[in-house]
Design a protein around this ligand. Structure first.
Ligand code: AVJ
Length: 327
């Protein structure tokens, strides 16, 4: 079955060279070694994240879904008519469907998922390509390049609605999140909107369990980045020699995932032209998930020149959908 109304602007993904170069830079650091979290999400990693999102310990995705399902109609009434929807990351399609259906009840809607992974983009297109009155144009690009390209396709009386859901913004450190929202704002016109999902602060145990589940799915998700270095850069990581650790960093207000070397060891990564040594207990920092307070979201919006037009909070799993309007 071929979905209708679909076209994709194809631009190549980041190259093996960039990947090798970033791996090299992160593992050669003198202090804390690190790997960029975006590399967790290859095909295996994305599939594991889908599993994480249904684990009992990980309430984030369900909270996001509940909020959008319950409040989509209310959210879209606060938008001007004629909306071009640009989603940063194409997600599972499930959450986006509620927004698109609510919009399509009022008018014809264009939906532009922006996503580096061609597989994820294709899945999103087949999931959402059949909604009446919604046409899809996918962009296989990074968030800001894709947003620029998608927004360039707006018709004269269109307003852009950017979707940045699932607390993906939590992967940026706080300064980078601020800079990112400012970049998004620069692409938008006054009256355009950004629907931003943010995970909120919650009790420590709950946060730690969410990133270190009993089944070990999050551990597998984290370790997959080493398996990926073995697959794609011919590295010789022995996965049993590393273990997944989740910890809360009080200074940054974020849960950090690390891979801890259980022994002193040396690993070769020929394609990155690199040999790395690890001390016993030394870690590689792989991801941070920043948790927000409501006050901070207001400040963030203000700094980036947005006004908060609405905020919906899930109390079962503290999480907020924030509707920001460009000033
Ligand atoms: C997809 C970035 C929202 O930070 O909670 C889940 C990724 N990492 N478990 C998050 C993730 C480990 C997730 N985000």
């Amino acid at each position: 079955m071929t979905p209708k109304n679909i076209s994709t602007a194809v631009v190549p993904q980041y190259s093996k060279n960039d990947f090798a170069e970033e791996v090299r830079a992160g593992l050669c650091r003198t202090g804390q070694k690190e790997l960029p979290s975006k590399y967790l999400y290859d095909e295996v990693g994305s599939a594991l994240f889908e599993v994480i999102s249904v684990l009992p310990e990980y309430g984030l995705t369900r909270a996001d879904e509940r909020l959008l399902q319950r409040h989509a109609a209310d959210i879209v009434t606060r938008l001007k008519s004629h909306v071009l929807v640009a989603e940063l990351g194409s997600g599972s399609g499930k959450k986006t469907r509620w927004i698109l259906e609510a919009l399509a009840r009022r008018q014809r809607t264009t939906y532009c998922p922006i996503e580096l992974s061609p597989t994820a983009l294709a899945r999103c297109e087949s999931e959402l390509g059949q909604i009446d009155c919604v046409s899809i144009v996918g962009f296989e690009r990074s968030y800001l390049d894709g947003l620029l390209a998608a927004a360039a396709g707006r018709r004269e009386d269109d307003h852009v609605l950017v979707l940045f859901l699932g607390s993906t913004i939590g992967n940026f450190d706080r300064d980078a999140a601020e800079r990112f929202l400012m970049e998004v704002r620069r692409i938008l016109f006054p009256g355009d909107a950004l629907l931003l999902g943010t995970d909120l602060e919650k009790p420590l145990d709950q946060m730690l369990d969410a990133y270190d589940d009993e089944l070990g799915v999050t551990a597998a998700f984290d370790l997959n980045i080493l398996a990926r270095l073995n697959r794609e850069l011919d590295a010789d990581f022995v996965l049993e020699n590393f273990e997944h650790v989740a910890r809360f960093n009080e200074n940054t207000g974020s849960i950090e995932m690390h891979l801890r070397s259980k022994v002193q060891q040396t690993v070769n990564i020929p394609t990155a032209d690199l040999t790395v040594s690890f001390l016993a207990s030394e870690t590689i920092w792989t991801e941070s998930s920043h948790k927000y307070s409501r006050g901070e979201i207001s400040r963030l919006a203000e700094v980036a020149n947005f006004e908060i037009a609405g905020q919906w909070i899930d109390h079962e799993w503290p999480f907020a959908e924030n509707l920001l309007i460009a000033e």
